[in-house]
Design a protein around this ligand. Structure first.
Ligand code: SAM
Length: 234
């Protein structure tokens, strides 16, 4: 599957360009909730002394962890050298590492976050068992991902299908249950706003999928619903 093909993922995140195209369109739910803020609250609730952020991307969430937990040791990792550099430029300790082979001793962290990245790990269960291994007993994993109907209207109008991944709102709990005892899931209906047709098409074309997108032209801006889940596992 292209979403977890190591070479395609590496190429997709060689620079920040595709990721930033996608990050720029998202707005909170109708009642003002936003997945990253909910995930951050779950991390803070765990009162961690040491936090690992896996698949940190441009480092926006890692720098929010540092600000929210000024006493904690925070380390961010990503498989992309460029994204690690961007994260470090925000003042976050960051290094290149693969989720399947975390370069940390057992029981190092009180909390681990994995934001929209577990669907990219070629061996999902190896990645999850690495996260469990570096967590201390009783530690917390916060994992955020999308549901199968995330942006479904946009995808269908563009000639695509639902994007069903190996770690989604629907199947995430089952995967986590192989490694963690206690799992909660919080679902959020987010909103993507595209200011014009070109922005919507650029979003579709930025994903690492083998689809010839053909989105019919439209005037003005359009909104589409997203579906995101925040899992907290202990
Ligand atoms: C969809 S982006 C999300 C980035 C960031 N977490 C965010 O929410 O903006 C997925 C990130 O996971 C990273 N990634 C994918 N597979 C990985 C792996 N096996 N090990 C470490 N990082 C990985 C990518 O390089 C990319 O930065």
């Amino acid at each position: 599957m292209s979403m977890s093909d190591r070479d395609l993922v590496r190429e997709q995140y060689r620079t920040e360009a595709h990721l930033e195209t996608r990050l720029s369109v998202w707005y909170p739910t109708a009642d003002g909730r936003d997945p990253a803020t909910e995930a951050l609250a779950a991390l803070v609730d765990a009162t961690p002394d040491a936090v690992l952020e896996v698949g940190c991307g441009t480092g926006a969430f890692a720098s929010r962890i540092v600000a929210a937990l000024p006493e904690a040791e925070v380390i961010a990792v990503d498989q992309s050298q460029r994204l690690v550099e961007l994260t470090a430029s925000r003042g976050v300790t960051a290094q290149v590492a693969d989720a399947e082979d975390l370069p940390f001793a057992d029981d190092t962290f009180d909390a681990v976050s994995a934001m929209w990245m577990l669907y990219h790990v070629p061996d999902l269960h190896r990645g999850l068992s690495e996260m469990r291994r570096v967590l201390r007993p009783g530690g917390t994993l916060v994992a955020v991902t999308n549901g199968d109907d995330h942006l479904i209207d946009l995808r269908r109008e563009g000639g695509g299908e639902p994007l069903v991944t190996q770690f989604s709102s629907e199947n995430g709990e089952q995967a986590l249950a192989e490694h963690f005892d206690d799992i909660t899931r919080d679902d959020l209906r987010t909103q993507a706003v595209f200011h014009d047709h070109a922005a919507a098409l650029a979003y579709l074309e930025s994903t690492p999928e083998d689809v010839e997108w053909a989105l019919p032209a439209f005037d003005g801006s359009r909104d589409y619903a997203g579906h995101v889940s925040v899992f907290v596992a202990r």
